[in-house]
Design a binder for this molecule. Sequence first.
Ligand code: GTP
Ligand code: MG
Length: 273
Amino acid sequence: MEANMPKRKEPGRSLRIKVISMGNAEVGKSCIIKRYCEKRFVSKYLATIGIDYGVTKVHVRDREIKVNIFDMAGHPFFYEVRNEFYKDTQGVILVYDVGQKDSFDALDAWLAEMKQELGPHGNTENIIFVVCANKIDCTKHRCVDESEGRLWAESKGFLYFETSAQTGEGINEMFQTFYVSIVDVCENGGKRPTTNSSASFTKEQADAIRRIRNSKDSWDMLGVKPGASRDEVNKAYRKLAVLLHPDKCVAPGSEDAFKAVVNARIALLKNIK
Ligand code: GTP
Ligand code: MG
């Protein structure tokens, strides 16, 4: 009898993880967490004072995961309070507001603050970071586009999601992928599985796209001096075209960068004898 009984699947062992939120004040960190845990949105701004702490349970595959969430205050004033909460973290929700360029530019400083608090022996390599480009419902005010945010995140090996705590868009998908990635690391002995540890494009490609995006004119875009010769323009163009050709480059924004380079070359060659 026993032998014919269907085997009951043993639920996986439960796991306890710690995640923190980071990002400038008012970008929506608390609202993202509230939207996921309480399925609601609060439009009035209630600044987090120091740290908010909560526990939630989620399931990943067969496993029950107890998540300790430390929601940090973004205001610089609370640095002294939040700085001791960085250690022993498995996951970081890094948030910026797509309508506030400053909050996007500040992401590097947030990483630096974390690294500084973890000290020289602190290792962030096996921590899962998810970047939330939040407030995508505010389309009129958007000033950081998807490819710019995605390029920044993916070039660091971070996950990237477009979210709105107000409408709920992207929130569940973000948390689900985030938790699965953390569990993958835990089940791999605390190390990132090699398959998802690095970006699928090079730093050189990411840097070229950023430089092209920020260039002030066609000369600058091709990286040649104003008044450069036909040969110099063509040489610079060929180098960038090989680096960013859509058949070879999958970095976010590469297609637009490639088109911009093609157009810059045409514009320059028109005026060079
Ligand atoms: P600190 O706790 O000060 O670090 O701020 P925070 O990042 O936790 O921001 P919070 O979640 O408190 O949200 C700040 C303001 O932005 C509030 O008025 C929210 O209602 C609003 N907000 C948050 N997320 C969204 C969103 O996705 N869309 C819109 N339109 N507003 C949002
Ligand atoms: Mg908050």
